[in-house]
Design a protein around this ligand. Structure first.
Ligand code: G6P
Length: 368
């Protein structure tokens, strides 16, 4: 058992630690001579040029990858992207036709709602491209095109390397679309691609700092309610940080777009409430800081997440700061998710939870 877990106490921790290697497998073979190159799929450039919109459909953490992906795809391709929960998609009479690309994301490739959404998308005439980890799974078999994430088997119920490899593949897809459509400047395209090849090493640096995250967890593991807040990509990242924490530690946790705080949530912030403030996005850093000040003024404890270039400033106000290396802004969630996974893990560990098999949850949900 210990050997299977690579000497670690839990599969979740092993899988967190495997992420740099998993990213290398997902990314490096798909970059050739400085260009994104998908040998494993057959979407033509003509198809991409005629594509009117992209619909991303998934459940759980895979849906959160879609939420990040929407920002990345829209920013790079200037095509509209909608993200839907697979369990809702079938019942929303979605506006989908032959010029819509439906991107289905699923680690297991067996989630029933996602499968049903895939079939509905095909019935409506869309092409379906899936991003899947398990080779030969039902969703992979029924899709028109498949991009595998090559993360290796994921055993812990709470996904970690599944999430990060899905995100990397979606980023590569966005870059490839943008190159075909001519909607990204060549310098930016090459910068992002270069940065993608550096992600695994940068992620190793984040993992090497795990003791500081464990320290923060020891400080706050007793809280019963935690809020995550951020804007734009940091908001999408907060959704995943919050889900990870609640699913394994059983702490009530919610993620908000920071600007929405004052429309309700701020009434729940009181002396000692923990707010995890995500402020990795350079362009919105000042706004992130002002939200930190706002919740601090109401007595909140703030655990912040930011980049090396902003950690000094953040440390002046926040009670704790988790730091990630700087990278291209669109790739920040790939690094930012790691401290949030580690925080959830250590909090659950300190609360004595069954980390790999949380109550009431299944690794793959094959019922509606
Ligand atoms: C379950 C798992 C989650 C996962 C979700 C979607 O709820 O516990 O970790 O994100 O299913 O799974 P999929 O395999 O479709 O990505």
């Amino acid at each position: 058992d210990a050997a299977e877990k690579g000497g670690y106490e839990h599969f979740m921790f092993k899988e967190i630690m495997e992420q740099p290697q998993a990213l290398r497998r997902a990314i490096l073979p798909r970059i050739r001579e400085g260009e994104v190159c998908f040998e494993d799929f057959g979407l033509s450039q003509d198809y991409v040029r005629a594509m009117s919109k992209v619909y991303i459909v998934a459940c759980g953490s895979s849906y959160h990858v879609g939420m990040v992906g929407k920002y990345v795809l829209e920013r790079l391709t200037r095509r509209p992207v909608e993200v839907a929960l697979a369990s809702e998609f079938r019942y929303m009479d979605p506006i989908v036709d032959g010029s819509t690309l439906v991107v289905v994301i699923s680690q297991s490739g067996e989630t029933l709602d996602t499968m049903a959404a895939l079939r509905e998308a095909k019935r409506l005439g869309a092409k379906v491209l899936s991003i899947v980890n398990v080779v030969g799974s039902s969703i992979a078999r029924e899709s028109d095109e498949v991009l595998y994430t090559w993360a290796g088997p994921e055993i812990a119920v709470a996904t970690t390397k599944g999430y990060s490899t899905q995100l990397a593949v979606l980023d590569l897809l966005a870059l490839w679309f943008a190159r075909v459509l001519g909607t990204v400047a060549p310098e930016e395209y090459h910068t992002i691609l270069d940065e993608m090849t550096r992600l695994p090493d940068k992620m190793e640096r984040v993992l090497a700092e795990r003791d500081s995250i464990q320290y923060f967890a020891s400080h706050w593991f007793n809280h019963n309610s935690i809020f995550f807040m951020g804007r734009n990509l940091d908001y999408a990242l907060g959704l995943e940080g919050s889900l990870k924490l609640k699913e394994i530690s059983y702490i009530h946790s919610e993620a908000y777009a920071s600007g929405e705080l004052k429309h309700g949530t701020i009434s729940l912030v009181e002396e000692g409430t923990l707010v995890v403030a995500l402020g990795t996005y350079d362009r919105l850093f000042e706004k992130a800081m002002s939200n930190v000040v706002e919740v601090k003024a109401r007595g909140a404890d703030v655990l912040a997440l930011t980049t090396e270039s902003h950690s000094g400033e953040m440390e002046k106000t926040a009670d704790g700061v988790m730091t990630i290396p700087d990278t291209h802004e669109l790739l920040l969630p790939s690094l930012g998710v790691v401290p949030l996974q580690l925080f959830a893990y250590y909090v659950a560990l300190m609360r004595g939870c069954d980390i790999d098999k949380p109550r009431n949850l299944a690794k793959s949900v094959t019922v509606e």
